[in-house]
Design a protein around this ligand. Sequence first.
Ligand SMILES: CC(C)(COP(=O)(O)OP(=O)(O)OC[C@H]1O[C@@H](n2cnc3c(N)ncnc32)[C@H](O)[C@@H]1O)[C@@H](O)C(=O)NCCC(=O)NCCS
Ligand SMILES: Nc1ncnc2c1ncn2[C@@H]1O[C@H](COP(=O)(O)OP(=O)(O)OP(=O)(O)O)[C@@H](O)[C@H]1O
Length: 198
Amino acid sequence: MIVGMTGGIGSGKSTAAELFAKQGAPVIDADQIAHQLTGKASPATESIAKQLGEHWLDKHRALNRSYARQQIFTDPQLKARLEQILHPLILSRIQDWLAEQTFPYAIIVVPLLLEIPSFHALAQRSLLIDCPEALQIQRVAARSGLSTEEIQRIIASQMPAEDKRQLCSDIISNQGSVDTLRKAIETLHERYLLLGKA
Ligand SMILES: CC(C)(COP(=O)(O)OP(=O)(O)OC[C@H]1O[C@@H](n2cnc3c(N)ncnc32)[C@H](O)[C@@H]1O)[C@@H](O)C(=O)NCCC(=O)NCCS
Ligand SMILES: Nc1ncnc2c1ncn2[C@@H]1O[C@H](COP(=O)(O)OP(=O)(O)OP(=O)(O)O)[C@@H](O)[C@H]1O
């Protein structure tokens, strides 16, 4: 059984993914794949330079992440063009990884699970890590130093939380402590094991 985990920026997806992994579940994260794909002198960065311009890369020919962030979250067309380069490669890496899994269930962590049909189609269940916007902003600012304005722009580019709640089969509220999150994940892990074995 494939479980797609999603949630807005800073909702706690990576923290939740780590907790599932500690239970023994196989987990793959689309953000981490995107990071690997946009490292120095990779085929993806060469496509980005060719299609979007050399100035999207840094001196090591890796993606200039802060430049890319500024561009795509202020210009939807540039966002779509970067996604057109990266999403097929991310999808293919996830599919290859899924083909190797033998555990009763596997977790794919995909920020745009509900926005992009080809990602959504991979999952039989969808798990939303839900967190109020004010807490998302607080946690992302503490982690990355991004301004409130920049974080709000990223949130505005994603599907509204209310719509995500309607679409997901499972929801974990991540407003409490990491310990509360751990308990919710232990419960879901047991449920997914049963569902995956059925
Ligand atoms: C713009 C980039 C360079 C910014 O890098 P940075 O290191 O600052 O952020 P990181 O990659 O860790 O992403 C952090 C969060 O930003 C949000 N985010 C990232 N890409 C997108 C996007 N295309 N649309 C909406 N939100 C996004 C997600 O909530 C994600 O969890 C990077 O996010 C990127 O390459 N994005 C395009 C690839 C993509 O669509 N990734 C999401 C995979 S489904
Ligand atoms: N329940 C919690 N209590 C306190 N801090 C938390 C909790 N959950 C997550 N955090 C912290 O909030 C920040 C964002 O969490 P995390 O990185 O897991 O979110 P994410 O959804 O993966 O973010 P992104 O969308 O940017 O990839 C991290 O610094 C993390 O340690």
